[in-house]
Write a protein that binds this ligand. Structure first.
Ligand SMILES: [Zn+2]
Length: 301
């Protein structure tokens, strides 16, 4: 927080970057700032903090969770609160470090989008504990990002004999259309998880170079997406991710089951098989366009 930074000798004014009139505290950024108030009012929760006096954030969080603790869908409401707070914090960082001002509507929408992705993953996890039904499983699908947002899917394919990996990166818009496509071929890779980490790092480097904003960065390896170094070689790679992510405006990491990452997986398989060098595709083959179209059709059924 700015107030804390200033105590450590920083030269910044301890005022909120959104309104410029109040000292920046966690409670102010997340609740009482007029910017935050607009975001909460626009959210599904329709909360109104505009008449509340400043408080300690911990106290506020407690009172928020109290509101829903006995409700039928209390965990969903509390998760949504957490996603709104996360998006507010992210928009504060984008304003402070990237000079990028989000609209309150976009912050609220972004929180909702991440919340829905999170719920979908949770529901799929819950289904795993139920015995398989006699019906065939649901078709795999890719979920389109909201209007004005982009989704970058990446995946790695690893060969344990050659210790090489192929990487696929696919950036798509809210209609499912491909915007950018890239392939990687990396050598001397020690494990499939390290391969996933390396391709994530390459993907974020590309995203920085391309300069898009509001991008969900989606992968299917849980430990990599949680930035959890499950093995030593991975920790060095994952150390680079926060700063890369931070320099992309409005980029978030989201985990997806493999069924939501099918085309990126195909791209990585092809890159491994072709032993191609790292390159960005200038022409998109028909199979890729067809795959993107059928993915999107599946979503709208
Ligand atoms: Zn403010």
């Amino acid at each position: 927080m700015l107030t804390q930074l200033q105590k450590r000798g920083g030269s910044e004014e301890p005022f909120c970057k959104f309104c410029g009139s109040e000292v920046e505290s966690l409670d102010h950024i997340l609740c009482t700032c007029p910017f935050a108030c607009k975001v909460w009012k626009l959210s599904l929760l329709r909360l109104d903090f505009s008449n509340l006096s400043p408080s300690y954030w911990q106290k506020r969080w407690f009172s928020l969770t109290e509101i829903w603790k006995d409700g039928a869908d209390s965990s969903a409401c509390i998760s949504l609160v957490a996603f709104i707070c996360w998006s507010l914090w992210k928009s504060r960082n984008d304003l402070m470090f990237n000079n990028f001002l989000w609209e309150p509507f976009d912050v609220s929408k972004w929180a909702k989008l991440n919340f829905h992705d999170f719920r979908e993953v949770r529901n799929q996890d819950a289904l795993k504990s139920i015995p398989p039904p006699s019906l065939p499983p649901r078709p795999s699908r890719w979920v389109a990002p909201g209007f004005g947002s982009l989704k970058l899917n990446f995946d790695a394919s690893f060969c344990s004999i050659s210790k090489c990996c192929g990487g696929g990166v696919l950036l798509r818009n809210h209609l499912g259309h491909p915007i950018r496509v890239a392939s990687f071929f990396l050598q001397n890779v020690c494990s499939p998880t390290v391969a996933e980490g390396l391709v994530l790092r390459e993907s974020l480097t590309l995203l920085n170079m391309w300069g898009y904003s509001k991008v969900l960065v989606v992968g299917d390896c849980k430990s990599v997406m949680a930035l959890h170094p499950s093995e030593e070689a991975l920790s060095v790679i994952l150390d680079d991710i926060p700063s890369l992510l931070f320099s992309c405006v409005g980029a978030f990491l989201v985990w997806t089951p493999r069924s939501g990452n099918v085309i990126a997986h195909l791209l990585s398989k092809k890159a491994l098989a072709a032993k191609c060098c790292n390159f960005e595709w200038s022409i998109w083959p028909l199979w890729l366009l067809n795959a993107c179209t059928s993915d999107y059709i599946m979503l709208s059924v």
